[in-house]
Design a protein. Structure first.
Length: 146
């Protein structure tokens, strides 16, 4: 009985973060609009991509991103299977649909991917410095994922 309750709670938690899921808890829209492509591309990362930043980004990724993007960033997390209309991006491949500069990655995480916000905006939920750490970690996935 205890295992069934734990499994049900786990499924509810995962599905609550998925478009079309139970409550769409992860589908936040940004408080302010995303930067233009040119503005995002010009945005410079104020956080050095050192071991401490990458480790902090790894922890943030585990908390906010792994359910959809998977442990290696391949877009195969447990929540991805329940998604119908969209699939999480494969962060381990060479193709970055929303830009590959630090500023573009920051903008995607910070402001989400509209117009339906299949990827939630994390503005206000993750502090900017943590988003920059997440940018630094995310960029390592395409180098290390197999």
């Amino acid at each position: 009985m205890g295992r069934m309750i734990a499994a049900a709670f786990g499924a509810f938690f995962v599905l609550s973060m998925v478009p079309g899921g139970v409550v769409n808890a992860g589908q936040a829209k940004p408080a302010k609009p995303a930067l233009t492509s040119a503005q995002a591309k010009a945005l410079k990362n104020p956080v050095a991509a050192n071991a401490a930043s990458i480790d902090a980004g790894r922890a943030t990724y585990a908390k906010y991103c792994r359910a959809c993007h998977g442990p290696e960033g391949k877009g195969d997390g447990p929540a991805a299977a329940a998604m119908k209309d969209v699939k999480p991006a494969n962060l381990a491949d060479a193709k970055w649909d929303y830009g590959s500069t630090d500023g573009e990655i920051f903008n995607t995480i910070h402001s989400g991917i509209g117009p339906k916000f299949a990827m939630a905006a994390f503005q206000g939920r993750i502090p900017d410095e943590q988003i920059w750490n997440l940018v630094n970690y995310t960029k390592t996935l395409s180098k290390t994922a197999k």
